[in-house]
Design a binder for this molecule. Structure first.
Ligand SMILES: [Fe+2]
Ligand SMILES: [Fe+2]
Length: 265
């Protein structure tokens, strides 16, 4: 099977990029499943049920998130009711929502019904403190592997070392680990010896004439003065960033990983 992971969708320019480019990418790569990080999809800050619905309508099958999870208060509705919506797994046990799920892959070319496990975790280096993603991630992968060998992980983290170490820990146990959060696409896509595809950061989907998707001037002003600023979503040079991963259905091992950086017309 082939899946597309879309890096952090930033605001309406990011959503428009998904709307415009996903049909083309689906055809070009014969995609079976689409996962997108939606933590910045509502004006750069969080996500609402209406926006999640919009992303699902464009062909996104599962939405992952990260540290911007709580920016919109309506997110609680998604956490409580929407199975296709994931938050970092490593929140304390009584927090609403789920950090993983198993989803059926809808594709008539498969003789037997196939399913994919998707897991979302958040790192702890230079990030708000959460439970240990390493220990919780290992336990969760054991549970997921009892249901399917095809497993995708969005590890939302700042530090490259934390991301690489986490992915190395899961080599051979999951199909792919792709990092999000830094909004800068890295060029280190590879398949580890055990068969796990890896990319330190998928990048972000939105306006790249910016600082990580925001207007340049206010960000610069904050660095120059230390004064708080409103960071509006920028507008220009909109790109869809992510990765296409091909996975062997029987073993769950990755066959190929290819970075995606597509611009809207
Ligand atoms: Fe983000
Ligand atoms: Fe983030």
């Amino acid at each position: 099977m082939k899946l597309l992971f879309i890096g952090d969708i930033v605001g309406s320019p990011g959503r428009n990029a998904v709307k415009q480019l996903l049909p083309k990418l689906r055809e070009q790569h014969a995609l079976d499943f689409v996962i997108a990080n939606g933590e910045n999809s509502a004006g750069g800050n969080g996500i609402t049920p209406k926006i999640a619905e919009e992303l699902f309508s464009y062909g996104v099958d599962v939405i992952t998130t990260g540290d911007h999870l709580w920016d919109q208060k309506e997110v609680v509705e998604l956490l409580e009711n929407e199975k296709r919506f994931l938050r970092p797994l490593n929140y304390p046990a009584n927090v609403p929502g789920r950090g993983s799920g198993v989803f059926e892959i809808q594709n008539s070319k498969f003789k037997i019904k196939n399913s994919i496990g998707v897991m979302n975790l958040q790192g702890r280096t230079f990030m708000p403190p959460l439970e240990n993603p390493f220990t919780l991630g290992l336990d969760e992968v054991k549970r997921l592997r009892a249901q399917t060998k095809i497993i995708f992980v969005d590890f939302h983290a700042e530090a490259t070392s934390e991301k690489i170490a986490f992915a190395r820990m899961l080599d051979g146990q999951v199909s792919a680990v792709v990092g999000t959060h830094t909004h800068v696409q890295t060029a280190d896509e590879q398949i580890f010896p055990g068969g796990t595809a890896y990319l330190t950061d998928a990048g972000f989907t939105g306006p790249h004439e910016s600082v990580l998707g925001r207007e340049i001037e206010p960000v610069l002003k904050r660095f120059l003065t230390g004064m708080p600023q409103r960071f509006e979503v920028a507008k220009n040079r909109v790109l869809l960033h992510g990765a296409v991963i091909e996975i062997d259905d029987a073993s769950g091992k990755a066959v190929k990983i290819q970075r995606v950086s597509e611009s809207i017309v």
